[in-house]
Design a protein around this ligand. Structure first.
Ligand code: ADP
Ligand code: ZN
Length: 529
């Protein structure tokens, strides 16, 4: 067997070609490889599929010693190591899944320098035994994968990552490279600070994924809308459907199967063996649909995922970007589709109100949700808004998102907003009872149902004054007011309450522009594909 470790005279490009079989580097891969090979620190931000792994794998082969790769993705370590071995690179991993004999073998290989890469879970570095082991071998570099896990208010925070700041103190001469696919500039700064990467050069790739078509539709009958998308545009293709709860994962998977779609469930409530089996099938077979909670997907390298569909609203733009980023890693046209409705806003606001943690934590969650809502309600190009969120200026429309393909109409919703807000005001003032969006809309539409009659709400001055809009349009009004903070929800029943800003609308000091709700579900934008 020829030596997988780079020959003395080899350049990074030689290794790329000889070992990995690629012709040329992508983006700034070469600069990163040269920097780290020469002993420098790097912080690498690249979208999913951008090619982060080679940024540390090639230096691992070019430098003396063993590269230690810290990754939270225990379930994928075996796959990563297998993939390296398949191209002749000697690699191993240590995590809780190994039996004692295998562990001893890998440890011996590390100490003897018989492997080039060693994958570790972050918690391993909190154990004295592992630290002692690392002291006995020669470390080529530290690669910290999924580095955003160190960000405390991020959506993937892992406390074990905080301990990684000691790598620098304990092994000051060993270069470190941190990598992530998620990063606003705030997250990037947090990674640099917490990992003490003060000298690291930052490499920030474009976050644009031009082959992904972004679409956000208003939620009516989400499962049926999803089925239409799969049948009309993605028949027989692989994709991921994200749901918020385990129960809804189960129901959605059953619904799809009952409708002839090959779908599998994945969530943390399934036993480990089922989860692993479903994940393997999704990776290896063609055209399977994985219905999952966000527990699924980090580190999944399946190039031909043709669509990512969200049946519930993601909690942040970061999460949305990362989840949708699993589509189209092969560069071919793919769809990111999200169905979003009033109930999502109510539910997520409630989750924030009842979440643990202090006020600052809740404010942070609310700010993340607000950015996500702004993306949903925008009448601008979705891609432009997404890229700007990540600090990348965008100009003009992209031509490959729903608002570019079918520009939404906007309308002056000020009067509608006033009608709704004054209904909320009257309910609150007169009885101080708990009434949700549905009841307010019934009043506006002038429906004399039991609840209305019982509370004599047919006598309110706003009863029936909203008959000019349909129910769906009223739900859109409520949703957009909630999204803009002109209305809020409270308590277990989603009671609508006014905010300070509501007064500006009621007092005619502020106008409200709204996105028009389409009469029927939006045409399934085949355009552009
Ligand atoms: P990331 O970790 O950034 O999501 P990976 O490192 O898994 O991405 O790379 C994504 C895919 O791109 C992999 O299949 C990888 O082999 C391929 N790839 C990476 N760099 C190159 C390159 N320079 N030329 C061709 N293919 C590449
Ligand atoms: Zn666009």
């Amino acid at each position: 067997m020829d030596s997988p470790t780079a020959l003395r005279t080899e350049t990074p490009l030689d290794v790329l070609r000889r070992v990995f079989g690629y012709d040329s580097f992508r983006g700034f891969q070469q600069e990163v490889v040269e920097l780290v090979t020469g002993g420098g620190d790097a912080l690498v931000l690249m979208p999913t599929g951008g090619g982060k792994s080679l940024c540390y794998q090639i230096p691992a082969l070019l430098r003396d010693g063993v590269a230690v790769v810290v990754s939270p993705l225990i379930a994928l370590m075996q796959d990563q190591v297998d993939a390296l071995r398949a191209v002749g690179v000697r690699a191993g991993f240590l995590n809780s899944t190994l039996d004692l004999d295998t562990r001893a073998l890998v440890e011996a290989e590390f100490v003897a320098g018989e492997i080039d890469l060693l994958y570790l879970a972050p918690e391993a570095l909190s154990s004295r035994a592992t630290l002692n082991l690392l002291d006995r071998g020669r470390i080529a570099l530290f690669a910290i994968d999924e580095a955003h896990c160190v960000a405390q208010w991020g959506h993937d925070f892992r406390p074990d990552y905080l301990a990684l700041s000691m790598l620098h103190e304990r092994w000051p001469g060993v270069p470190r490279i941190a990598l992530t696919a998620t990063a606003t500039s705030a997250t990037r700064q947090e990674i640099a600070t917490r990992l003490k990467l003060t000298e690291a050069r930052h490499f920030v790739a474009s976050f644009d994924r031009p082959n992904i078509q972004y679409r956000i539709v208003s939620k009516r009958e989400p499962r049926k809308q999803l089925l239409a998308l799969l049948r009309d545009e993605h028949a027989g293709e692989a994709g991921i459907v994200y749901c918020l709860s385990r129960a809804s994962v189960e129901k959605t998977a059953e619904f799809l199967v009952a409708n002839g779609i090959a779908a599998l469930p994945y969530h943390a409530g399934l036993d480990g063996a089922t989860r692993a089996a479903n994940q393997q099938r999704f990776l290896r077979e063609d055209g399977l649909v994985m219905v999952a909670t966000i527990a699924f997907g980090m580190g999944i390298d399946k190039p031909d995922v043709r669509f990512v569909a969200h049946l519930d609203l993601p909690k942040s733009v970061e999460g949305y970007y990362q989840e949708t980023g699993r589509a189209g890693r092969d560069g071919l046209p793919s769809t990111a589709w999200l169905a979003y409705g009033l109930q999502d806003v109510v539910q997520q606001r409630k989750m924030i109100d009842t979440s643990e943690g202090d006020a600052a934590h809740r404010r942070n969650l609310a700010a993340h949700l607000d950015a996500m809502l702004a993306l949903c309600e925008t009448v601008r190009c979705r891609r432009g808004q997404l890229l700007e969120y990540f600090g990348q200026p965008a100009s003009g429309g992209c031509g490959n998102c729903d608002t570019c393909l079918e520009p939404p109409e906007s309308w002056d919703g000020t009067i509608a907003a006033q009608k709704l807000l004054s209904t909320v005001y009257r309910l609150h003032r007169e009885r101080n009872q708990k009434f949700g969006a549905g009841h307010c809309i019934d009043i506006l539409l002038g429906r004399s149902n039991d609840k209305i009659v019982q509370h004599r709400h047919d006598a309110l001055s706003t009863f029936g004054i909203g008959a000019d809009l349909r129910e769906g349009e009223w739900r859109g009004v409520v949703r957009q007011l909630l999204a803009e903070g002109l209305l809020a929800v409270e308590g277990d029943y989603g009671t609508l309450v006014l905010t300070e800003a509501s007064a500006e609308v009621l007092g005619r000091r502020r106008t409200v522009t709204m996105r028009r709700e389409p009469e029927r579900p939006a045409a399934t934008g085949k355009a552009g594909r």
